[in-house]
Design a protein. Structure first.
Length: 387
């Protein structure tokens, strides 16, 4: 099998890249190890930055988001039993869309298949070869057979556990990493949200986040120690803990049946460079952020917009400048988001250290009283036009 761009991974990054290349008249093949139902049901992010929403609309993928998603003009911070609203529209003139990653992936998959795109589910990439030549290859298994995909370029959009990052030669690649001593227990609940905007709560017992998927479905998270077994958190315990951590006078948490429960470890990781020879990394394959601040999905989509632009230039007039700049350009945004996610995480999660606690409260009070401090949060949360 031969194509121009071999893409590994049918997550949001791989699928959007394939779609943008198709719009530019460039053929690609997507290899995805899982089946379609699994990929479409995987519960993950829910906040789409202002600029990413525009990118989705511009590439013909905004219709359902604009009809069924919810525009949010701010978030609420809770600490010390009180509440502070960060008004994005007022502070930076931008907003975000509450639109789940599962829905973006469903729309993208349907669109690629309707456009005759090749998305091969059940195809597991096992090796990337010849990245320093003009014709790299992706070895993969499909329906029990060993296959080879020959291409001009390989885009590894295969997430944190994929083979892309590990295929960059040793000595070329450098990894920067930070681990955190806590995880998120995330639940999905069949109950209307108890708030109109997302609530980020700092509490001595740990961080809590109230998000949503629709007018009927809430998405909630609790800080828990690493290694927590979700089975130790029956429904009743989840609701009691959320209610306690998010409590402010006059507010009540609506409760309902939980429909999913999962643990997300927290990690910051950046791989530099994000390309070598004819191999390009995008999304979680190249970098991970802790989820506080909702940057993972947005970064992945920014990466592939840049990469698609570089490939479009290469195939339309032969210019390789944008492809050569891809890694440096992507990393500028990545490091901004890494800092923001790290900052939001350390601002809101409990470490158990009394000094940290005092610093957090001081900074939260500063946010509540200073327009300049809140503007930084608003700009980063809604997404900087140019990092
Ligand atoms: P992925 O979505 O991981 O897609 C990679 C794809 O590659 C997968 O479909 C995988 O099956 C496939 N693949 C892997 N290896 C191979 C192979 N060898 N061959 C073929 N295919 C392969 N971000 C937030 O902003 N908020 C959140 O609440 C949030 N929660 C998260 C919870 C979890 C459990 C995880 C893992 C991530 C979460 N994220 C969250 C991050 C966000 O979802 C990711 O940043 C986003 O999915 C990145 O998209 P991607 O396309 O780069 O990678
Ligand atoms: C969601 C996830 C986040 O990490 C976040 O900061 C806000 C919302 C969500 O899944 O809805």
């Amino acid at each position: 099998m031969r194509t121009r761009v071999g893409i590994i991974g049918a997550g949001p990054a791989g699928l959007l890249l394939s779609h943008l290349l198709h719009l530019a008249g460039i053929e690609s093949v997507v290899l995805e190890t899982r089946d379609r139902a699994y990929v479409e049901a995987r519960q993950r992010a829910g906040v789409v930055e202002h600029g990413v929403a525009r990118l989705l609309r511009r590439s013909g993928l905004g219709e359902r988001m604009d009809r069924e998603g919810i525009t949010h003009d701010g978030i609420e911070l809770r600490f010390d039993g009180r509440s502070h609203r960060v008004d994005f529209s007022d502070l930076c003139g931008r907003s975000v869309e509450i639109w789940a990653q599962t829905e973006i992936v469903k729309d993208l998959t349907a669109r690629r298949l309707a456009d005759g795109g090749q998305v091969l589910f059940g195809a597991r990439a096992t090796a990337i070869e010849g990245i320093e030549t003009d014709s790299p290859r992706v070895r993969h298994t499909l329906e029990g057979r060993e296959e080879v995909l020959e291409c001009d370029y390989v885009a590894a959009c295969d997430g944190f556990h994929g083979i892309g990052r590990r295929s960059l030669p040793e000595g070329v690649v450098r990894t920067f990493e930070r681990l955190y001593p806590f995880s998120w227990l995330g639940v999905l609940a069949d109950v209307p949200p108890s708030c109109e905007e997302l609530v980020y709560a700092r509490h001595e017992r740990g961080f809590a986040l109230h998000s949503m998927r629709s007018e009927e479905v809430s998405r909630l998270y609790l800080q828990v120690p690493n290694g927590t077994d979700p089975d130790d958190w029956p429904e009743e315990r989840v609701w009691e803990e959320l209610a306690e951590r998010m409590a402010v006078p006059g507010w009540e948490l609506r409760r309902g049946p939980l429909t999913s429960k999962g643990l997300t470890p927290m990690r910051s990781l950046v791989t530099e460079p994000m390309s070598h020879g004819r191999l390009y990394l995008a999304g979680d394959a190249a970098h991970i952020v802790p989820p506080t601040g909702a940057k993972g999905l947005n970064l992945a989509l920014h990466d592939v917009a840049l990469l698609a632009e570089g490939l479009r230039a290469r195939y339309t007039h032969g210019g390789t400048g944008a492809l050569e700049d891809y890694s440096a350009a992507a990393l500028r945004r990545v490091w901004r988001a890494e800092h923001f996610s790290y900052w939001m995480t350390t601002l809101l999660h409990t470490s158990g250290d009394a000094f940290d606690h005092r610093l957090q409260l001081s900074h939260l009070e500063y946010l509540a009283s200073s327009r300049a401090a809140s503007t930084q949060l608003a700009e980063n949360y809604t997404g900087l036009p140019r990092p």
